[in-house]
Design a protein around this ligand. Structure first.
Ligand code: NDP
Length: 479
């Protein structure tokens, strides 16, 4: 049995109370590791270590800081296959996805911000004949990063890398459901000799560790990715202390398909945007709106492709792996029942799968496609976060805009059309922080990333992240 440890003050240590939680492999339903069930005392230990390190790290020359961050990227690369296997085992995602998306992206996150900090500059504002202002950007001090289970190391590093690059010391909490790669990351940090206290990783439950982070007065900023209701809880605790908050929350993303689209490209991408990572990506398009003239053609072609997806043991060459946990698996199945009650017709899927052999007790759900639901029923309003999509026909731009904007969320949207004017018109009117036209999940790490409405507050990525993780001071000089 593997026992994971907290990474505090440069050391891998047991939780103070020596309590552990079981960590389950969702593809088999069996416990494969034990993780620290840390509490507020462990968080305080981490905060103390971070505070002790903040002056040296924040005042270190940026090129030297960048070298450490680049060394972390190299350290992950050197153990690539180990990270890939750990991510797949912990999360249930196909090994291939971890190999081609999750872990390479974690490497890119560290590399990108190691470089970005060396290219960053601040503004100056000139007052003709009177004087000049310049903006000084300094690290905040001790900041926290809290991340979810769907893209474990990918999202964990997306926060940690800019926080460190900007000169902060970090207390980080990965999801208790998928802590394994963040533990391996702490081993890498030790290997590369990251100064002690600069990064501290505390494992455990959101209710204990996350809550203690939100309440800790010495943590001045929190970058959080997770569900909207958790974001609301964190904000309600942190706001009275005036902590800086960046919240990346849930989504219920529209995928809008016009009849003039490049059909083959759209079809191929829509299969991915619906079911990649078992539909457990905050950016997946779960509400598919199809212009009526191609509705039947799309439906037939889409179902055929979805039925061809292989599902089973994530360590083999499959398209669809396991759902991350039993409670989440049950939640998704209950939403499928709700869709039936709301009058939906299941076109394919709609049930769990028991792959023969090793994975017969794992949590697998067939990719599910539903039609015949009202645009504003619960199935179409609430985030399911699984391999479930709905199909809805539309006739006009106005109608589909009304459907698309009907939810409380506003994270990402995809628009398929060859009509340039329509693409721009729609991009302007769809209420989403991220709009993909004729593509999906095409990422440029320099761009602002985040959601509107209940999908979040603030933006990450590129300068946005470096701005979030620094305090701006205006310095005004009179001639
Ligand atoms: P949760 O909100 O349940 O958890 C996210 C993180 O917050 C976990 O580390 C969790 O800990 C922790 N947490 C839980 N309760 C608290 C608390 N009271 N105080 C502080 N921290 C807490 O989300 P999931 O892990 O279930 O992730 C899925 C959600 O994340 C979906 O809604 C999805 O849309 C969203 N998401 C958003 C993205 C975006 O960029 N906008 C990207 C990816 C996902 P633990 O689980 O260990 O208890």
């Amino acid at each position: 049995m593997i026992y994971l440890k907290n990474y505090i003050n440069g050391e891998l240590i047991e939780p103070l109370k020596k309590q552990y939680l079981e960590n389950i492999d969702p593809s088999t339903g069996t416990v494969f590791s034990m993780i620290p069930d840390s509490d507020a005392d462990d968080v305080q230990l981490a905060v103390n270590a971070a505070k002790a390190a903040e002056d040296a790290w924040g005042n270190m020359h940026y090129e030297k800081r960048a070298k450490y961050i680049e060394a972390i990227a190299k350290g992950i690369e050197a153990r690539m296959e180990e990270f890939v296997a750990a991510e797949s085992l912990d999360n249930g995602k196909p090994l291939n996805l971890a190999r081609h998306v999750d872990i390479p992206r974690a490497v890119s996150n560290f590399r990108f911000f190691a470089t970005a900090i060396q290219q960053s500059s601040t503004e100056s504002h000139f007052m003709e004949g009177v004087g000049v202002n310049y903006t000084l950007r300094r690290p905040i001090g001790v900041v926290a990063c809290i991340s979810p289970w769907n893209l474990p190391l990918y999202l964990f590093s997306w926060k940690i890398a800019p926080a460190l690059a900007a000169g902060n010391c970090v207390v980080a909490k990965p999801s208790e459901i998928t802590p394994y790669t963040s533990y391996l990351l702490s081993e890498v940090c030790k290997e590369v000799g990251l100064p002690k206290g600069v990064l501290n990783i505390v494992h455990g439950l959101g209710q204990k560790v996350g809550d203690a982070i939100s309440k800790n007065i010495d943590i001045k900023a929190i970058s959080f990715t997770g569900g909207t209701s958790t974001g609301r809880t964190i904000a309600s605790i942190a706001a009275p202390m005036f902590k800086k908050l960046s919240l990346e929350l849930g989504g219920k993303n529209p995928n809008i398909i016009f009849a003039d689209c490049n059909f083959d490209q759209m079809l191929k991408t829509t299969v991915r945007s619906s079911f990649e990572n078992q539909g457990q990506i905050c950016l997946c398009g779960s509400r598919i709106f199809i212009e009526r003239p191609i509705y039947e053609k799309f439906k037939a072609a889409f179902i055929e492709k979805v039925n061809a997806l292989s599902i089973g043991d994530p360590s083999t060459d499959v398209n669809v792996g396991a759902i991350v946990s039993k409670p989440h698996y049950e939640k998704i199945l209950s939403y499928i029942e709700l869709a039936k009650q709301e009058g939906g017709t299941i076109l394919t899927g709609g049930e769990s799968v028991k792959p023969a052999g090793r994975c017969e007790n794992g949590y697998f759900i067939k990719p599910t496609v539903i039609e015949g639901l009202a645009y504003n029923c619960r199935t179409n309003m609430e985030e399911i976060f699984g391999p479930v999509v709905t199909l809805t026909p539309f006739d006009t731009e106005e109608e589909v805009l009304m459907y698309a904007n009907a939810t409380e969320y506003g994270l990402a949207a995809t628009i398929w059309t060859e009509n340039l004017s329509r693409a721009h018109r729609m991009a302007e009117k769809v209420e989403s922080g991220i709009i993909w036209i004729n593509c999906w999940l095409l990422r440029d790490l320099r761009t602002p990333f985040g959601g509107m409405k209940n999908s979040g507050v603030g933006r990450e990525g590129g300068w946005e992240a470096l701005r979030f993780f620094t305090e701006a001071k205006n310095v005004c000089i009179r001639y």
